[in-house]
Write a protein that binds this ligand. Structure first.
Ligand SMILES: NC(=O)c1ccc[n+]([C@@H]2O[C@H](COP(=O)([O-])OP(=O)(O)OC[C@H]3O[C@@H](n4cnc5c(N)ncnc54)[C@H](O)[C@@H]3O)[C@@H](O)[C@H]2O)c1
Length: 320
């Protein structure tokens, strides 16, 4: 897709961070933008930003894990704009971190429910409508560099993002004949509010195995006050969409990072390679001042288990 003028863009998570950056960039490019978000305060702040500007932006409060509500949102878009979107941006996501062995069913259900389930809901809701409308279009999903590898304290998030990369490959192939392009954006750090994710965690999924406190949320907020600016990131995504790229990798050394990553996969397929990867992990931890322990966490407790999960033994982990 090269011409965005007059196109309807539906952006999940459009009230904050990467999604709000996309709303700014694609409305500037001429799109009529729908921002869908679970947080009313994010929608209100975003709409306040656009008030008085030339942009045509419409807000829908939506929990994208709710399939009925998603279908109703799609109906509303067609009613308001006379057409399903030509540009679908699956951007909403949440994260929470802790040792894989501490993860509860609820940790998986929440993170996979939003980061993978929400994308699936977007695809199943909108793809048939986009095909039937016969106008072609483009779908881009925000994944993460974390989708290329697992992490000892990132299991649900990494699994969701890996699945999303794979899912977009399938749709890329399937939707080409319909003139619908597909991209997956894999950023590292974005300046955003994702550190507050836990505020939108549903009550029935609040049993986490991780240490989530006001202090860890504050630490996460600080952590995500650095990173790529959402508007710059949306500009990179726009160029990727214009170029019909499947993967959009928003960093300068992407080729080397991917080569190192595939070397990692090759290494893990031999005993010597596994030892090499262990050594590399130790060296990296050393460089980060973690005394050679790749699995230790910071003073904030970010990435630690809930204190009562006695089988998660931080000191045993450190000795291995
Ligand atoms: N922040 C980073 O460093 C980083 C790095 C790589 C990838 N990402 C990805 O970028 C995407 C955007 O996140 P962000 O960093 O801009 O965070 P953000 O929190 O600023 O924005 C995400 C938005 O999604 C909304 N949301 C959460 N759950 C939802 C639900 N169930 N239904 C509808 N909306 C929901 C939130 O309310 C929020 O407004 C996510 O997919 C995230 O995984 C973020």
């Amino acid at each position: 897709m090269k011409d965005f003028a007059g196109k309807v863009a539906f952006i999940t998570g459009g009230g904050s961070g990467a999604g709000l950056g996309q709303a700014k960039v694609f409305s500037e490019a001429g799109c009529r933008v729908v921002i869908a978000d679970i947080r009313q305060d994010h929608l209100d702040e975003a709409m306040a930003y656009f008030r008085g500007k030339k942009a045509e932006v419409y807000a829908i409060k939506l929990d994208l894990t709710d399939r009925k509500a998603y279908a109703a949102a799609a109906d509303e878009v067609e009613k308001v704009f006379g057409s399903p979107p030509q540009l679908l941006l699956n951007t909403a996501g949440v994260n929470t971190f802790g040792p894989a062995e501490a993860s509860t069913f609820e940790d998986y259900d929440w993170v996979l429910g939003v980061c993978l389930g929400g994308v699936i809901n977007g695809m199943v809701t909108f793809v048939p409508r986009m095909i039937k409308a016969g106008k072609g279009g483009h779908i881009a999903t925000v994944s993460s560099w974390g989708g290329f590898m697992g992490g000892a304290t990132t299991a649900p998030y990494s699994a969701a993002k890996a699945a999303v990369n794979n899912l977009m490959e399938s749709y890329y192939l399937a939707l080409k004949p319909y003139g619908i392009g597909v991209s997956v954006l894999c950023p590292t750090g974005i300046k955003s509010n994702i550190g507050e994710s836990t505020y939108t965690r549903p009550r029935h999924l609040d049993n986490t195995g991780y240490n989530v406190t006001d202090k860890t949320i504050e630490f996460m907020r600080k952590h995500y006050s650095y990173g790529v600016d959402p508007v710059d990131l949306a500009g990179i995504l726009k160029r990727g969409i214009e170029n019909e790229q499947l993967y959009v990798l928003p960093f300068t050394n992407a080729e080397q990072m991917l080569r190192d990553n595939f070397q990692r996969v090759l290494d893990f397929s031999t005993p010597e390679g596994c030892r090499r990867q262990d050594d590399l992990a130790r060296q990296r931890a050393e460089q980060r001042g973690r005394g050679g322990d790749p699995y230790s966490t910071t003073d904030s407790g970010w990435g630690k288990a809930r204190a009562d999960l006695t089988w998660v033994n931080e000191s045993a982990r450190a000795k291995k």
